[in-house]
Design a protein around this ligand. Sequence first.
Ligand code: ADP
Length: 334
Amino acid sequence: RALVDAEAVGDERAVEAALRPRTLDELVGQERVREQLSLMLHAARRRGRTPDHVLLSGPPGLGKTTLAMIIAAEMTVPLRLTSGPAITHAGDLAAILSGLNEGDVLFVDEIHRMARPAEEMLYMAMEDFRVDVVVGKGPGATAIPLELPPFTLVGATTRAGLLPGPLRDRFGFTAHLEFYEPVELERIIRRSAGLLEAPVDDEGCAEIASRSRGTPRIANRLLRRVRDYAQVRADGTGTRAVARAALDLYEVDRSGLDRLDRAVLDALCRRFGGGPVGLSTLAVAVGEERETVEEVAEPFLVRSGFLARTPRGRVATRAAWTHLGLAPPQEPQM
Ligand code: ADP
């Protein structure tokens, strides 16, 4: 599954570091977010104050970490990185907060997964730049107030709706990142190809972009596979033909579907006449766990209009039949 996973796979973050845009100007797409952030940072610089806290929401691989790094770079301050799952006690957060210097940017990835008591500590830290650190247990426990220097919190979450209201309300600016258009992905791929010194022509970029699921992380990953193929099996240049051959070899098809995605559609159309069919039945047919089909394959199939979830079960759309090269039934379900 690794090729079309929007999360970083293995030690990919290290490889990605080289491709990360460092300034707002280098960032491709997300025009509105870029302009809004640029204005906000400019104003903060002019006033000599730390910028408001920023919440970034959106699916993985769209540039949340990159934006946090850019905010710190534009303010020329250090960035501290942590993540919600790493903060299991209020004490973990207190330790991080007490290590901050004035103006630092603190990036908390997956902020919705932070422990509850830490969340409450964060409310106060964000609003008043102080926290109460509780020392001891039971009746002898005492709260020691701790003043914090002003800092900027940048929180990232896959969905802003996952955050409790009080936390959400303490961000001065919220940006929602959307999936990228093919032309934007082409620009990202062209830029990355330049940095990797891997020649890819315009048609090659377009071919990779169309298979990248609207996600820069996946685009960069597919580019690396095309580069391998171009170097070993061709003359080094990623043309359309080379990109096609490479991505066909890795079983990422022209719409960005991988083997599991196609197996689900194939079972749905060929074995169940396009549905409706229950999730469990469909999962058995492709030899996968129910959760895998529902959480790994379905979201992208639904987003790209190949599959619909109905109260009676899963249904293949007309586009699914066409994609598989099959004739849709006379009276398609959808
Ligand atoms: P997230 O934190 O949302 O999971 P990242 O910021 O780690 O995503 O981005 C994943 C990869 O995609 C990085 O290597 C980054 O260089 C690239 N990327 C993301 N957004 C952009 C963009 N707008 N322009 C260029 N590259 C991008």
